[in-house]
Design a protein around this ligand. Sequence first.
Ligand SMILES: Cc1cc2nc3c(=O)[nH]c(=O)nc-3n(C[C@H](O)[C@H](O)[C@H](O)COP(=O)(O)O)c2cc1C
Ligand code: SF4
Length: 457
Amino acid sequence: MSLETSAHGIPFRIGPDPVLIRREIIDGGPGLESYRNVGGYDGLIRAITKISPVEVISEIRDAGLRGRGGSGFPTALKWEKVATHRLSEKYVVANGSEGEPGSHKDHFLIETNPHQILEGILIAAYAVKARKCFFFIKESFPEGIRILKAAREEALKAGFVGDRILGTDFSVDIEIFVGPSAYIAGEETALLESLEGRTPKPRPKPPGYPTDRGLYNCPTIVNNVETYAHVPHILRNGPDWFRSRGTSKSPGTMVFAVTGSVKTPLIVELPLGANLRILVEDLAGGAAAGETLSGFYPGGPSFGILPRKDFDVSLDYDALRGLGSGIGSGGIIVLSDQDCPVATAAEFSRFYEVGSCGQCPPCRIGTENLHELLEDVETGKASRETIVRIKKVAGLIKGRGNCGLITASAYSVETLLKHFPEEIDEHLATGLCRRNHRTPHYQNLATSGMLLQGTVL
Ligand SMILES: Cc1cc2nc3c(=O)[nH]c(=O)nc-3n(C[C@H](O)[C@H](O)[C@H](O)COP(=O)(O)O)c2cc1C
Ligand code: SF4
């Protein structure tokens, strides 16, 4: 598994048993021809010519595919709700926003194999009988927009998109929608607001669950880019084949990005259930020279920080949930003993404060409070009383907004207090940051500088 660099400057390794990131496609480029050469669009052809929409959903259910955008929600359950909804107008939306700090997989999948994602979206549209799909991509990713538009044109010319696809009754279009780069635009209902031409602000849920009242109040599937990318492989090879990788409750592979204080930040696809230490030490080279590993955010800041003792965790939904965390969208940020976990959490608390859309008062005020209080701890202005206040604010705001950002902001701080008490004590006692406020470098995996993560507007 040698280290390579993508055409757009992203370091990666091809994993041991790859599904989504394959040598033939990396070498052949993102065009239709190289995708067709490895059986691309055969899953769609099989779906629309040989099996019913209900059978498609059954195969996705049997495969046990879970969303790769953060929550790990069973994909088939979402599709079934939309497919069986009483309204006949339905939509399929791909969430290509990828704003979680440390997450880079969707950018990589878009750049290297856009057809794989488009095929997954088309199969979803067939499964729920949607006639219109949207691919949301942010304006700060111009290369991705260009690649996706070119792929859509190729698919249109080849007859995989458009009217009466492959001579069947199935007709569908995919629109590449260029949306705002704000972090909050990745929340599924904010994304739908944006598609409808408004400012991206999350809708209250209930009633605004996309599967019930989604785009233009119609039932809508919103899935992450990687979730769709897995779909063609399931339709082509079957649910049992999909389950032959991963664990029984977390089947399949996932694309991880490892950034922060490691020797070799990179993208790699591994079966779910892989060991984090092997990923960080063997594939990402371990901590930078002269440093030791001290902690990690397994799923970006929204799933909190875990300490060094948890480095042997299995990368799957349940094992991480058991540690009070989550796999998120696979953006693993590693800290070394030279990074300050307090400064890092303070940086993320600022990210949430600026990223909040501000419509829920507990979030607007709470994220600001948490940021100010954490900065006091970081800069040595805090006392024990400050810690009591942080705990109180975090406890009060959790679950009190229209979306998960508010809970993520509280969670990020609570896990710091839980797992790094010595570092907190040190800041309180000395009024100093022994690590000189250093934070891990997670923002930009591409040498080309193309990926600006966690953009807030
Ligand atoms: C503040 C916030 C930002 C989010 N950003 C993203 C994102 O950039 N990409 C993504 O796929 N999901 C994001 N999500 C999760 C989506 O709301 C949604 O759960 C996901 O797109 C569903 O896809 P999946 O079931 O395939 O995982 C975000 C959620 C929140 C609360
Ligand atoms: S919780 Fe925060 S980010 Fe989410 S909708 Fe409310 S104010 Fe906006």
